[in-house]
Design a binder for this molecule. Structure first.
Ligand code: ADP
Ligand code: MG
Length: 366
């Protein structure tokens, strides 16, 4: 197991990159503790696989360094880095049995057969594939193949890090939740540093202690699931995490007041004119409610989704969603919105306007 450091990392697939958009990864700095469970979360094309392949050694970065426990491994191969990587699609030997597939990474390292047998059976047990051990891999269903692929990543106990790149893509939806919680359990048992790449917030938030949110080749926030939910550093994080995501509403900062039209919006802490740029208020639908006074809005749509009701309103042209438990207003009704002060944040050019508590959060990210 190892602590992983990424230092001044940048990557372009072009031979002579010039502009910022020539880079698949912008400048990345990161410290991952030994034994942690991490997720890389972001939309398709944001650079997750690129970053993962740089950490594993399949790809050499254009700039910067990767360190395992302080040792520079930037020029080392994946084998020399001693990592295990599980890909989006199963990588197994079809002609071998499940047993031999799981044993392969161990026999490769000349482990004594008795020890191989112990590890293979233990891994099979964890993944609930013991009954398949003697079957030929070619006959397996896709999700069982992927389980074996994961098993090949988890069977060794001497790796520095186990990496998963969207491993549940080929898994049936009804099996996904099961494997997802299984992986969490596996991390607790195996105690290896694990990096899990996904575009699915639920997968990231269930698996990881710390989630790295990426957008356009850049890290926009690193935090625990609770931090990402409660204090998004960037409006993108607010949008991307949550269902529906955070409301982002243009506002004006006049003196120390935050205004939407003529309505003052109360926000925790105080602000001065030091923030210059495009100002927005961010508030999650969970913290929007209806009141006698407040921000005037019109109800556009009411969706009862069982657990709660999502009410979509308009403030002028801007959609604002509220999540409520009961007593939904009628579509077309004129209402007033109230935002929970402690959970209402100010953003300037998409970034959270910093306050002491968010400064601490940002420090964590660097
Ligand atoms: P993700 O895994 O988040 O979907 P990728 O890391 O695969 O994103 O891709 C990041 C960016 O780099 C994308 O714009 C993609 O088109 C580009 N890219 C990925 N792989 C290559 C490659 N082998 N050659 C050129 N461009 C690539
Ligand atoms: Mg990818």
């Amino acid at each position: 197991m190892a602590k992983i450091t990424l230092s001044n990392l940048r990557h372009s697939y072009l031979p002579t990159p010039k502009a910022r958009e020539d880079y698949a990864l912008q400048e990345i700095d990161l410290n991952w503790d030994d034994g942690g469970a991490y997720a890389l979360l972001g939309p398709s094309g944001c650079g997750k696989t690129t970053l993962l392949n740089i950490i594993s050694g399949l790809l050499t970065p254009s700039e910067g360094a990767i360190l395992f426990d302080g040792r520079d491994v930037t020029t080392l191969t994946p084998e020399q880095r001693n990592i295990a990587q599980v890909f989006q699609f199963p990588v197994i030997y079809d002609t071998m049995t499940v047993y031999d597939n799981l044993a392969f990474p161990l026999r490769n390292r000349k482990m004594p057969e008795a020890e191989v047998d112990r590890r293979v059976r233990e891994t099979a047990e964890m993944l609930e594939v013991t009954n398949l051990l003697n079957q030929r891999a070619s006959g397996l269903a896709p999700d069982n193949k992927q389980k074996i692929s994961m098993g090949r990543g988890l069977v060794r106990d001497d790796v520095n890090v186990v990496m998963f790149d969207e491993p549940l893509t080929v898994i049936d939806p009804h099996l996904k939740w099961k494997l997802r919680s299984k992986l969490k359990e596996l991390h607790q048992r195996v105690k290896a540093t694990m990096i899990y790449v996904t575009h699915d917030q639920t997968e990231a938030l269930t698996f990881a202690d710390q989630v790295v949110v990426m957008q356009l080749g850049e890290i926009v926030q690193i935090g625990t699931p609770v931090e990402l939910f409660e204090r998004p550093q960037h409006t993108f994080v607010g949008h991307f995490i949550g269902s529906p995501g955070m409301n982002v509403i243009p506002c004006e900062l006049r003196g120390k007041k935050i205004l939407m039209g003529d309505t003052e919006i109360p926000i925790e802490g105080s602000f001065t004119e030091e923030a210059e740029g495009q100002m927005e208020v961010g508030v999650r639908p969970e913290f929007v409610s209806f009141a006698n006074k407040g921000l005037p809005a019109v109800v556009r749509k009411v969706s009862d989704i069982g657990r709660h009701i999502v009410v979509e309103c308009r403030v002028g042209d801007v959609p604002v969603r509220a999540i409520i438990e009961k007593d939904a207003p009628d579509v077309g009704q004129n209402i007033h919105l109230k935002f929970e002060k402690q959970q209402t944040r100010l953003y300037c050019d998409s970034w959270l306007v910093s306050k002491p508590s968010s400064a601490a959060n940002r420090k964590m990210a660097s």
